[in-house]
Ligand binder design. Structure first.
Ligand SMILES: Cc1ncc(COP(=O)(O)O)c(C=O)c1O
Length: 439
């Protein structure tokens, strides 16, 4: 990036009136150095920052924008909805249509309730699981992120990991006393105190960590054995890995799901859903309270419906195969540069790059040669600890390609990332990694 004076100035002003200058910590660039670019506008695969730089954007609002920015169908839908009024506090047809669109695409998801964020979805689904089972304990996995509600902030990935926080201050011990944190990709011991196991079926908040063979199936069996509910947090994977998300991808059906991001088309939306008998505990039918002034907001449902209406199995398949080719080439480019640089880790082991890919999601790890795929949070932390991602990130950004500003995030190529964009990113990566390793 040539010029960044305007972003620098905005960040300085932001720091005076917004804690840390940002409204979500990972945006601060704290773990990669420098200051964030401020986005002025976006279109398709690109954003333009406040200084007029055009950036090829792999952040795409951390997965909220699967069609790319300002897709005309989404813009039209939001504009039309806005002319009719932005919120009513009474049900609208859009809510029914979006709930139907979700339930028809996700096999086994019989009902959904709409909320305004992924955090709300995960927080609410836990309450439902506890209300249904009459049990308190929940099990989550280290490095999985389920939003920032108190009880789920133990062993979190994403920004919690990026900032190196073991857990968050301000969360009283009793709030996490019933949260058990287990290592990802290992089946935890469960008992009849456990209300639910919540998991990112494909973990995408500690880089991209693919579930090992049998992990999700094993969780299903373990939950059934003790009468615990299985919850897939598909805030990232839902409607991104394919129409049926990670449950379709894995063939494992949870009892409950969390959704967000894609289903809001870039507007604030989340949803939780699943078995109708479980969801019947929710008020007004049942005793578990959950509510929201803006839940099912007409702008958000219009945007979500526009997005889901544009996505078809073929478009997912095409994007996934473009990204798979890209990821394989990127892995080779990064590994060749590492080999040429002679870089080793703290224990003197030569390093290689891994670029795991699931559907259209990919991640970047730097690991000891021959150590195999990253399977858990420890592996992800070791990769981040090499410091190479941060330098690679800066070198990419300097050349106009925006990855997420943290080693625990994944990349979100959108439907607007065609072969030319991906080829360009590869050319840039080949230069950037050399630069990053020369530091
Ligand atoms: C898997 C997962 N669950 C929940 C959340 C929280 O969603 P939100 O940021 O919309 O509150 C996120 C956010 O990145 C996520 O990745």
């Amino acid at each position: 990036m040539v010029e960044s004076a305007r972003s620098a100035e905005l960040f300085e002003r932001a720091c005076k009136v917004i804690p840390g200058g940002v409204n979500s910590p990972v945006r601060s660039f704290r773990s990669v150095g420098g200051h964030p670019y401020f986005v002025a506008r976006g279109e398709g695969a690109y954003v333009w920052d406040a200084d007029g730089n055009k950036l090829l954007d792999f952040v795409q609002s951390y997965g909220a924008s699967i069609l790319g920015h300002a897709d005309p169908a989404v813009v039209r839908a939001v504009r039309e909805a806005a002319t009719k009024g932005t919120t009513f506090g009474a049900p609208t047809e859009g809510e029914v249509l979006l709930a139907e669109a979700i339930c028809t695409r996700v096999d086994g998801c019989q009902q959904v309730r709409l909320v305004s964020s992924g955090t709300e979805a995960a927080m609410s689904v836990i309450r439902v699981a506890r209300g249904f089972t009459g049990r308190s304990r929940i099990v989550k996995f280290a490095g999985c992120y389920h939003g920032h509600s108190d009880g789920l902030l133990a062993g979190g990935g994403s920004g919690v990991a990026t900032l190196g926080l073991p857990d968050s201050a301000g969360v009283p011990a009793p709030a996490v006393a019933d949260t058990v944190v287990a290592p990802y990709n290992r089946i935890p011991d469960l008992d009849d105190q456990v209300a639910c196991v919540i998991v990112e079926a494909v973990a995408a908040n500690m880089g991209l960590v693919v579930p090992s063979d049998g992990f999700l199936e094993g969780l299903r069996v373990a939950c059934d054995a003790v009468g615990a509910l299985l919850v897939f947090d598909e805030v990232i994977t839902g409607f991104r890995l394919g129409e049926g998300g990670a449950s379709e991808w894995s063939g494992v059906r949870p009892d409950l799901w969390c959704f967000g991001k894609v289903i809001g088309g870039g507007l604030p939306v989340g949803a939780f859903g699943g078995r109708a008998d479980v969801l019947s505990v929710l008020a007004p039918a049942g005793p578990v309270y959950q509510a929201g002034t803006l839940s099912g907001n007409p702008l958000a449902t219009a945007a979500g419906l526009a997005v889901l209406g544009m996505l078809e199995p073929l478009s997912y398949a095409e994007l996934s195969s473009r990204v798979a080719r890209f990821a394989a080439t990127l892995q080779g480019v990064l590994t060749d540069a590492l080999a040429a640089s002679g870089r080793v880790d703290g224990q003197g082991r030569p390093l290689e790059a891994l670029v795991p890919v699931v559907g259209p999601l990919f991640g970047v790890f730097f690991v000891p040669e021959g150590s195999g795929p990253v399977r858990d949070y420890d592996g992800a932390m070791a990769s981040a600890g090499t410091g190479i991602y941060a330098r690679f990130f800066r070198a990419m950004l300097a050349r106009g390609v925006a990855l997420a500003p943290g080693p625990y995030e994944v990349a979100f190529p959108s439907m607007a990332h065609g072969v030319p964009e991906l080829d360009h990113a590869l050319e840039v990566a080949a230069e950037a990694i050399v630069d990053a390793l020369a530091d």
